[in-house]
Design a binder for this molecule. Structure first.
Ligand code: COA
Length: 169
């Protein structure tokens, strides 16, 4: 893996345009999500927990990638269960940025008492599957033909990482 200069910091509303552009580029791969269009910033902002949004930035400030989580349920018993999204700029993939953002998310969620992070990944997204397994996620199972993507029913592999942090066992 070659070196690629970046720093991690909290996402800022001023990152909105770049975050959504990186999001759209990921959706355009056809392997990232059932979504096909990035949302408006207002919808993105409303659906994601403010304390767990991280960006990777180049020395010139350009956003190279981001990670964020949504609550999976409004039920209080599931307050410590979140689902994350991870998107890296097409020019910056394969340089460890996704791994670094995922580690930052694990650290911030563990510090906040969140005990499970989950994600649904298309079986074809081998990069995402490898990255998550290396970070300690396990495969829960395959959700068969769970939804349609461009009209085609597709499977999703459900991954999760259960914390063993002393506060959450
Ligand atoms: C999937 C994605 C997030 C990976 O981020 P990244 O910064 O490129 O990943 P990293 O450089 O941290 O790589 C981590 C591991 O993933 C695996 N990996 C990364 N790119 C890969 C590729 N093209 N093919 C196979 N495995 C790959 C490797 O195991 C790698 O570890 P290694 O370098 O030690 O071998 C990124 O490619 C991306 O944004 N894709 C489009 C959006 C998307 O699919 N998001 C995930 C939705 S679930």
């Amino acid at each position: 893996m070659s070196s690629f200069a970046f720093t991690l910091r909290p996402m800022d509303p001023r990152d909105a345009d770049q975050v959504l552009a990186v999001y759209q580029a990921g959706l355009d791969t056809g392997q990232a999500s059932f979504e096909t269009e990035a949302p408006a910033w207002e919808d993105f902002d409303a659906g994601r927990l403010p304390a767990h949004r991280h960006v990777a930035a180049a020395p010139d400030g350009k956003v190279l990638g981001w990670i964020a989580v949504s609550a999976v349920s409004t039920r209080p018993v599931y307050a410590g269960v979140v689902e994350h999204s991870l998107y890296i700029h097409p020019d910056a993939r394969g340089h460890g940025i996704g791994t670094a953002l995922l580690q930052a998310l694990i650290a911030s969620t563990e510090a906040a008492g969140i005990w499970t992070i989950q994600s649904g990944v298309f079986p074809d997204n081998t990069a995402s599957l490898a990255l998550h397994h290396k970070a300690g996620f396990r495969t829960v199972g395959t959700r068969e033909r769970i939804a349609r993507h461009h009209g085609r029913w597709r499977d999703v592999i459900l991954l999760e990482r259960r914390s063993d942090h002393p506060h959450t066992v």
